[in-house]
Design a protein around this ligand. Sequence first.
Ligand SMILES: C[S@@+](CC[C@H](N)C(=O)[O-])C[C@H]1O[C@@H](n2cnc3c(N)ncnc32)[C@H](O)[C@@H]1O
Length: 234
Amino acid sequence: MNDSTAKDLYDKWHNQIDEFGEDNYNSPWHLMVRQYLGDLSGLKVLEIGCGRGGFSKYLLECGADLVAADFSDAAIEITKGFLQNWPRCEVMVADIQNIPFPDNTFDCVISLETLEHIPDPDRGLAELVRVTKAGGRTMVTTPNYLSSLGVLRVYRELTGRPFTEVGQPINHPLKLIDRVLKLKQLKCRIDVIDGVGHYLYVPGTPSRRIKWLDRPRAISKWFAVHSLTVATKL
Ligand SMILES: C[S@@+](CC[C@H](N)C(=O)[O-])C[C@H]1O[C@@H](n2cnc3c(N)ncnc32)[C@H](O)[C@@H]1O
């Protein structure tokens, strides 16, 4: 799929769906990242793949000097309206695979649930690290397919029903362990590896979260659906 087709599809998707709305900063992955953000006062922060700006607003509340970016014009129009009264905030259209900033620009670069939805996730990850300053942090979440979600996907594909994440046009089956290894290759120190969310998927019924599986985190994080890495660029 070329970049302009992907852009059209994401515009259509944002116009159809309400799931990633302006007030969306309480999903399981948002709650997980929020534990590790700390005080962002005075820090230059990029959030890319910001959707309609729900989590961007949370970052502004934490004191960030923020650039909020997304590939979709439709999403950015909504985000611009939503964040218009915030100082220290620039909202722009940008492709995560080709971020329009020089190397070493941001103290903190955040991208949530986006790398799995772009044509080249490895290039996107390398771009996130490139624009992070040496000593700065790159915080990334994606679904982890080494989990019940991966089993659901294989089941659906074997039974002839293609799998998507709520209708998004590109859905790479990424894994937490692969991202950890790639970040090391990109000369990052991994500060946090985390994961939550274990679900029981029974055909014909809504998915059920099994919360007690989140508790023995040291092992279960590797097999959870929502995964987080926080890495420092060396
Ligand atoms: C699943 S949504 C995640 C939204 C938000 N980060 C969240 O956590 O709820 C994925 C987002 O990635 C955006 N996106 C898709 N391809 C992109 C690209 N190449 N560059 C930047 N953003 C992209 C989509 O428009 C969409 O807003």
